[in-house]
Write a protein that binds this ligand. Structure first.
Ligand SMILES: NC(=O)c1ccc[n+]([C@@H]2O[C@H](COP(=O)([O-])OP(=O)(O)OC[C@H]3O[C@@H](n4cnc5c(N)ncnc54)[C@H](O)[C@@H]3O)[C@@H](O)[C@H]2O)c1
Length: 287
């Protein structure tokens, strides 16, 4: 019960990783505020938390909208009287934004702007309105991505916003460290949320498996365990860091994945002339 008597606010907690984090922190004693632009999914997470563990408050809010963030903090304090953990987790992964974050020469600037508004401006607004109510021992966790750390042939807006979040994490840690407030980021690779399972084909999953060092894919609960650790006093000496959680996908040279794929399908490794002809995994599905 590392969070007994503590209050945690998680953005984008209506589904996926955010929902798993809400359930995990609540299971360890926290009262949780479930903030999401999707009111119905926020209510559903709050219902699950209340059914299984205890106190939850669903707050529909667009984190890129300052009045909405201000009112989210007011409601948090009215309901629970304090704030100990802020998890900036919301991001737009919808078809009309993330799905159109493709070649830069065709980039609709609204896609670029909306991606940054939610991931970066949203995190900034939440920090702006949360920190005045946080005391020593409080923790902020930002959800970045391995897309912040590697290049790719699409999702430049997403990867750049997530990279900015890594830098933002260091600034927040530096600004408020002397108040005893810590700030860290997590950088997940592919996490098998319900949505990810739905959109990924068998081939995509096989490609991701070849890219990983470990056999098993990450589940939302694996990420929640890391967030709970970083938010807890067990991580009291860790701040300003970005922790990668990707089964080793970004820990090795690309050749390793090619060799691994070749071992699964030896013919794929050879072109007609016997030289390696296998196309390296593109990393297109890193998120
Ligand atoms: N699933 C992965 O493979 C993966 C990998 C790396 C990083 N991430 C990151 O993890 C976080 C959670 O992603 P997920 O996979 O659970 O996706 P998800 O789509 O299930 O969750 C994102 C949530 O954010 C909410 N949201 C969107 N815009 C918002 C806004 N303006 N204000 C408030 N809430 C908003 C959505 O309604 C949704 O509930 C995101 O930051 C994502 O970039 C996910």
């Amino acid at each position: 019960m590392r969070f007994a008597g503590r209050v945690a606010l998680i953005t984008g907690a209506g589904s996926g990783i955010g929902r798993a984090c809400a359930l995990r922190l609540a299971a360890e004693g926290a009262a949780v505020v479930i903030a999401d632009v999707n009111a119905r999914s926020a209510e559903e997470t709050a219902r699950l938390v209340t059914k299984e563990h205890g106190s939850a408050l669903a707050v529909p809010a667009d984190v890129s909208d300052e009045p909405a963030v201000r009112s989210m903090m007011t409601r948090t304090l009215e309901a629970f009287g304090r704030l100990d953990v802020l998890h900036n987790n919301a991001a737009v992964l919808s078809r009309d934004v993330y799905g159109r974050d493709l070649d830069l020469t065709d980039m609709d600037v609204d896609v670029w702007d909306r991606t940054f508004q939610v991931s970066l401006r949203g995190a900034m607004l939440c920090v702006k309105h949360a920190v005045p109510h946080m005391g020593p021992g409080a923790a902020i966790v930002n959800t970045s991505s391995v897309s912040a750390l590697v290049g790719d042939t699409d999702h430049a807006a997403y990867g750049s916003a997530k990279a900015a979040l890594v830098s933002f994490t260091r600034y927040v840690a530096t600004m408020y460290g002397d108040r005893g407030i810590r700030c860290n980021a997590i950088a997940p690779g592919l996490v098998l949320t319900d949505i990810a399972r739905h959109v990924m084909t068998t081939d995509m999953l096989a490609e991701k498996a070849a890219e990983r060092l470990l056999p098993d894919p990450c589940e939302p609960e694996d990420v929640a365990a890391l967030v709970a650790f970083l938010a807890s006093s067990e991580a009291r000496c860790i701040t300003g860091q970005t922790i990668v959680i990707d089964g080793g996908t970004t820990a090795h040279r690309p050749e390793h994945a090619i060799r691994k794929a070749s071992a699964l399908d030896p013919w794929a490794a050879c072109g007609r002339d016997g030289r390696p002809g296998h196309t390296p995994p593109s990393g297109r599905y890193l998120r």
